[in-house]
Design a protein around this ligand. Sequence first.
Ligand code: AHR
Length: 703
Amino acid sequence: MPTSSPSRIVRFASSVALSALGLAPALAQTQPTAATTLTVQVNKPGAPVSKNMYGLFFEDINFAADGGLYPELVKNKSFEIPGQHFIGWNAIGGAAALAAYTVSSEKPISATNNHFVRLTAATASPDAGLINEGFRGMGIKQDAEYTFSVYLRRGPGSVSGLQVTLEEEARRGAGPEVAPSGRVLAQTTITGLTGEWKKYTAVLKASGTAPKARLKLTLEGAGTLDMDVVTLFPKDTWNKRENGLRTDLVQLLKDMNPGFLRFPGGCIVEGRTLTERYQWKETIGEVNSRVPLVNRWNMEFRHRSTPDYFQSFGLGFFEYFQLSEDIGAEPVPILNVGMACQFNSAELAPITAAGGPSVSEATGHNHADDDPTLETFIQDALDLVEFANGPASSPWGAKRVAMGHPAPFNLKYIGIGNEQWGPQYLERYEPFAKAVKAKYPGINIVSSAGPAPAGDLFDKATARLRELKAEVIDEHYYASPEWFRQNVGRYDNYPTTGSKIFAGEYAAQTVGIASPDNKNSWDTAISEAAFMTGLERNADKVVMASYAPMLAHVDAWQWTPNMIWFDNLRSYGTPNYYVQKLYALNKGTTMLPVQRADNGKNGQDNLFSSAVADDKTGEIVVKLVNYSPQARPVTVNLQGVKKLGKTGKATVLASNDLNAVNSLDQPRNVAPKDESFKVGSAAVVTYTLAPNSFTVLRIPGKH
Ligand code: AHR
């Protein structure tokens, strides 16, 4: 198991250096004080804007799933983590009051959930029990209700019950021992124990708010008690679902009106080894039967090591589809192409059915097929389409229906491979894509151009994928803010026919890729806003785009920057979030060309612009980025506009400080502000852009 990834850092460094390679001419830095005149050619509309612009990239990195979007509060609820059955659990007082606590598999509750904890107390004691620490603590809200449930089986002795206490810890001492109990937030006792496994449920109502509470479970009486599947789940979830998602985070996503949701990643799709790859079939069905798997980010970076990072799969493929539906986003699952992460083991599944790769046995994960050939991966993809779209009479469609979703999810896209490169990818992609198309011609396939946005591997992959008539090519770029501004014209010369582009992962990095010192500064966000004018101008080529990664826990992250940060109770959107949101809410329906009167290129003098018509609202939408410390007057001519209104709305995202960031305590330090403005009668708008600003003008008018 790799504990760090120097090759990744080298790769990132080389990617950051792309701007230095002169991919785009440096733009002039001088700032004119006279108004710059821009003409929006309203009477020469361009391509329709893809309805999938702009979307979301979700990966379980930075505790984005367990401990984040998926609000189960108990870490390692089923004691199933191979070799580490007690992760998240500690004996009170260092086990002094318990004669023993062991993991056992003697007559488990099921064949898949085949480990449980056996607690034995020689004498009755209020300290005979275990504490679950949650995911960097448990976020508890006053007056909120939490459903506690557990499977119990009484053994020898006279244990009469299990006391359940939701509490804070008292101030911790210097040593590693479990801190003594502090304020009690809720308490109940489970009674009526029998000699057979039985599920017990109780609702706990919190008497106070605590960002880092914990769950204490203690035996009443002496003897032995078997315990499994301990869960504590907030009642307040999105749509009040039993296995639902964290409301504040889903709200932030829904507020963006996202065009799609890409899931489950990211490198997590690939796994460090093929055994550790993401297998969607292991993530559906009864929640408590889903077997946990190591999270490939747990030890990826030595500087941000999180050895307790596993995937419970409580948030699995059914829940991802449901989330997509809830927030109105097209689901875009990305599947393993038969390759483990090339930054790690780079294991390959053989293309023919004969033989198999040597795969890691490190996790002992319960997967059915540990020696997969490419056919296994292809079959998984075909079955996924059936799971999402198939009728109740089909084997996989029946599983969706059994999970409570009779209607199809209407899946239209699948990604084949995440961020793969080299001939190994292309030779797997080709038969894979052919097989999917043969069975499901209507499914659009997303293919990978690799981890860097330029270079030999990128060029070869792109050329071959275009030859193969790939529908959508996924490009990734993590680079400096300058790179984003300098590459605003990246897509101007891309072919207008053939493969379309999915800007599937991008984010400006203040220091360098994978540096723990990267910040979600205004400089990164405004530079992304500048770059995105280039995406919008090339609506005929770029059909999907998503910032990455999406979510990060402030106490448990591995990678920065990220779009949304959260702790156990609060969350906030970064300036980068607001840029994405403004693009998504103002994507319009038809691209409109924009020209400068001085014939300057987009980005010249650090002024960036693009425009769309919104046929749904009857407005012209102009996006303007002023990357300069001076206010900047602009004159916008709306050439050939019809039905011009008198008052427009400007939404401005600005800060004089390029280093400005948002935080849990100052979530709207850099956030959009609305104002109205008058529209000149001669179809001219004069407007002064604030220093270092991203402005969206919405002007009543039609093409
Ligand atoms: O977004 C973080 C990682 O960056 C993704 O998992 C991977 O696809 C890329 O290298």
